[in-house]
Design a protein around this ligand. Structure first.
Ligand code: 3PG
Ligand code: MG
Length: 391
């Protein structure tokens, strides 16, 4: 996919540039717990500053404050970290402004033309480096490219290059490993992936709806009973297409009434129950046999895409499956791409986040890109480039 790039904006001397980043970082009590989304676009910002613009107006959303100011989602901690990182990179920050959380204004999510007008007012150029938000048709993403010469920043351009490469010309075998809680969120991407991959590996809470489709009992585990049929269809479609689907053959479960979760006093008994979870037991991780089979598949792959944990890894009793998969992804010779969100935090928790080829900054965005091959933010940039070319 061809996007307009920073170089296409030259010359930048004396120009005022609006830059959309995705600084939607995790916060705990106002403290940033992972600053990756601020660190990565520093490359874009320093490139821009070196081109001698008059001013960079940087903007982002943070959390979901629902269209009104909420001190919990103040951009202030981001501003502090951003300026520290820019200074550490040798950039002078006196030409940089960071706007307050875009989602304090209801016009952002509503894509209100009046809010777009206020954003582009006084600006000459627009740079989008917010891959994580490129699936949102929000004012700051799709609005400015209608009015300003526009380009993708380095983070956005790299994400699209890697994910597009995955879809267009993956080295085979191509193995996709999916986990996470809800299968209903992933049915679209599973459909798309079945046309691309050789093997689909399914763990996490979403595996129980597949196991139910195969006639297994799932006890009290997460089950989306309205989607059992859809999972059965996925399994049929996969076999018709000659694709392998690997599902858990054993599950680690917690006894009835047990307590689980990060930072909770652990209660109850855990057991490897095979593929059938007894009544009222909760399946919370893939078992060791399954994890080893998944790891073998990953070891033999040439391309791996991983999105979603294999179990409730925040609770150490149910982290082993995710850890085995994370280690397999970290050590395989395959080209490895990890979708953002929980799989990224799992890698970080295990200290393996620097051992994958591409750690996407967008969870939802990377899945939507794989599903549809495009995103509203990318289409807006291409349209801007087409308009520019006509001038
Ligand atoms: C993300 O964290 O997924 C992106 O920043 C988008 O945020 P959103 O899911 O609240 O739109
Ligand atoms: Mg999200």
């Amino acid at each position: 996919m061809k996007l307009p790039l920073l170089e296409d904006l030259r010359p930048l001397q004396g120009k005022r540039v609006l830059v959309r980043c995705d600084f939607n970082v995790p916060l705990a009590g106002g403290v940033i717990t992972d600053d990756l989304r601020i660190r990565l676009p520093i490359e874009t910002l320093t490139w821009l500053l070196n081109e001698g613009p008059e001013k960079l107006t940087v903007c982002s959303h943070l959390g979901r404050p629902k269209g009104k100011p909420d001190p919990k989602y103040s951009i202030e901690p981001v501003r502090v970290r951003l300026f520290e990182l820019l200074e550490a990179a040798g950039a002078s920050t006196n030409r940089v402004e960071l706007l307050e959380n875009l989602r304090y204004n209801p016009g952002e999510e509503a894509n209100d033309p009046a809010f777009v007008a206020s954003l582009v007012e006084g600006q000459d150029l627009y740079v989008d480096d917010a891959f994580g938000a490129a699936h949102r048709a929000h004012a700051s993403i799709v609005g400015p490219p209608q009015f300003l010469p526009s380009a993708a920043g380095r983070v956005l351009a790299r994400e699209v290059e890697v994910l597009d490469g995955l879809l267009q010309k993956p080295e085979r075998p191509f193995v996709a490993v999916l986990g996470g809680a809800k299968v209903s969120d992933k049915l679209g991407v599973i459909d798309a992936l079945l046309d691309k991959v050789d093997t689909l590996v399914v763990g996490g809470g979403m595996c129980f709806t597949f196991l139910a489709a195969q006639g297994h009992s799932t006890g009290g585990s997460l089950l989306e009973s309205g989607h059992v049929e859809a999972c059965a269809k996925v399994l049929e479609a996969a076999s018709a297409k000659g694709k392998k689907v690997l599902l858990p053959s054993d599950i680690v479960a917690l006894s009835p009434g047990g307590v689980f979760g990060a930072g909770r006093e652990p209660e109850g008994e855990m057991a490897d129950v095979g593929a059938d979870v007894p009544d009222e037991w909760l399946g919370l991780d893939i078992g060791p046999g399954t994890a080893a089979a998944f790891a073998d598949e990953i070891a033999e792959a040439a391309t791996v895409f991983w999105n979603g944990p294999m179990g409730v890894f925040e609770d150490p009793r149910f982290a082993a499956g995710t850890r085995t998969v994370a280690e397999a992804v970290a050590t395989t010779k395959a080209f490895t791409v990890v979708g953002g969100g929980d799989s990224a935090s799992a890698l970080k928790q295990f200290g393996l986040d620097d051992q994958v080829d591409h750690l996407s900054t967008g969870g939802g965005a990377s899945l939507e890109f794989i599903e549809s091959g495009d995103l509203p933010g990318l289409a807006a940039l291409r349209e801007a480039a087409a308009r520019q070319a006509q001038r």
